[in-house]
Design a binder for this molecule. Structure first.
Ligand code: UGA
Length: 454
């Protein structure tokens, strides 16, 4: 099929690359000249494992351009995968979605295409996009849009850091549309994924237990709500274990054991029960906030989701509280932070807990030294005013430190020579913000180990 994808962020670029890998002819469109130039030269503008390899492999099927006209004109499917950043009142800013919808209406010149909302858009946006596309088509073409367009919602469930794996081997595919033709087209588009008939790239092997992928076909509003409800549920699962973690600390229980003990109940599941600093990233904060804002428009409150947000906010404060409890005074102390990205295997700093924590520590007069295996450069570009010292190695972070904080559980931190690190520190205090380190091993090197929950 001929596919256009508007927006080359994590979602758009991953979707485009995977669809090209399945044999579709894909054009990715982005207004950002720098990004398009990088992609045209084969370089991904984001850090995502195996993306560079897969981009090189699918190059014959994948093009990049800045203009809608050549790509969108006769596409079978057009994805809208632009950003929907949060606006001041918590609801997503839809200006890029609106511009994409209008651009499609202006430039589409074929008989029938499916316009797919891949961006996370508020419930009801499918109908809104439909009206924008039609209005724009009628204005630019001087004829009725009837029958030329069908709008579908196809929410994305990929995680940064494992984006390609999640796209090729999803738990489910959700397609929402009020028009049977869209469903047929998208079913054909995704068939190799649904039936798992493609030959996997060697670096992204198919999981052994993988069978056919369930397809959930729903109406537009249901598909849109599925996306928000799924993200909010994952967010509250994390906040739940963090809330239990606070009690675990008080009663002297081990939160890791507790998480395992409850997670092995198949109705609960072990994943997303990792206690720690809490969630960051561009999705959970924005989507839970949007869910609350949508509910408010209908006169509803969402106390469970609101509490999950509040608990998440408090987790970041716990880092400062724990350090204060231990060091008593932060002014003039040197605190080393390991990890800046909001999770391992990405260079994404959006809503990263590290930023908040660094700011709180600096505000209290601490000298903050930071390291990240891939996000340091991006951090220095995006936060030039945050008065911290960027370090090239974890050893440099540990230099004369009064305490270290593990903020992001990069594999390389778990495998550090902690004995050597200890030798460089002023006092051997480690706050394990992700409950990811080996407490007994650290104790052998003289560390005083603190978890977020005990
Ligand atoms: C999340 C969802 O997991 C995806 O399904 C969804 O597609 C995506 O949002 C989106 O809406 O685009 P992502 O934000 O990339 O994906 O990353 P996650 O793996 O979900 O992690 C989010 C945050 O939660 C990270 O800061 C991570 O450290 C934290 N986390 C995760 C925990 O604190 N504990 C856990 O047990 C799991």
């Amino acid at each position: 099929m001929d596919v256009s994808i508007i927006g080359t962020g994590y979602v758009g670029l991953t979707t485009g690359t995977c669809l090209a890998f399945l044999g579709h002819r894909v054009t990715c469109i982005d207004s950002d000249e720098r990004k398009i130039a990088m992609l045209q030269s084969g370089q991904p503008p984001i850090y995502e494992p195996y993306l560079a390899e897969l981009l090189a492999e699918v190059a014959p099927n994948l093009q990049f351009c800045r203009d809608y006209a050549p790509a969108v004109r006769d596409s079978d499917v057009i994805f809208i995968a632009v950003g929907t950043p949060p606006s001041a009142n918590g609801s997503p800013d839809l200006q890029y979605v609106s511009a994409a919808a209008r651009g499609i209406g202006e430039h589409y010149a074929g008989d029938f295409t499916v316009v797919v909302n891949k961006s996370t858009v508020p419930i009801g946006s499918g109908n809104w996009v439909d009206s924008l596309v039609r209005e724009s088509y009628e204005r630019h073409h001087g004829k009725k849009a009837n029958g030329h367009f069908s709008v579908a919602s196809n929410p994305e469930f990929l995680r940064e850091g494992t984006a390609l794996h999640d796209s090729l081997y999803p738990d489910r595919v959700v397609i929402g549309s009020d028009d049977a033709r869209s469903l047929e087209v998208l079913y054909s588009l995704y068939r190799p994924i649904l039936d798992q008939t493609f030959a996997p790239p060697p670096y992204l092997p198919r999981p052994e237990e993988m069978g056919a992928v369930p397809l959930v076909s729903a109406d537009l509003a249901s598909a849109e709500l599925i996306k928000y409800a799924a993200n909010a549920f994952l967010a509250l699962k994390i906040s739940y274990i963090n809330e239990i973690g606070q009690l675990a600390e008080k009663v002297g229980a081990d939160i890791q054991q507790v998480a395992k003990g409850i997670g092995l109940d198949a109705r609960i599941g072990t994943r997303f029960l990792q206690c720690g600093i809490g969630w960051g990233g561009s999705c959970f904060g924005k989507d839970t906030s949007a869910l609350v804002a949508t509910a408010a428009e209908y006169g509803l409150t969402m106390p469970i989701v609101e509490s999950a947000r509040e608990i998440n906010r408090r987790q970041r404060e716990r880092v400062v509280d724990k350090l204060l409890g231990e060091l008593k005074i932060l002014k003039g102390r040197t605190i080393g932070m390991l990890g800046l990205a909001f999770k391992p295997n990405t260079d994404d700093l959006r809503e990263a807990p590290a930023i908040d924590i660094a700011r709180k520590l600096v505000d209290r007069g601490a000298k903050v030294r930071v390291h990240d295996p891939v996000a340091l450069e991006r951090f220095q570009q995006e936060y030039p005013d945050l008065a911290v010292i960027g370090c090239q190695t974890p050893e440099e972070v540990a230099e004369e430190a009064d305490a270290l904080v593990l903020v992001t559980e990069w594999q390389q931190y778990l495998e550090l020579d902690w004995e050597a690190l200890a030798g460089r520190m002023r006092s051997r205090i480690i706050l394990d913000g992700r409950h990811a380190l080996d407490r007994a091993r650290l104790a052998r090197f003289g560390f005083r180990y603190l978890g977020i929950a005990g």
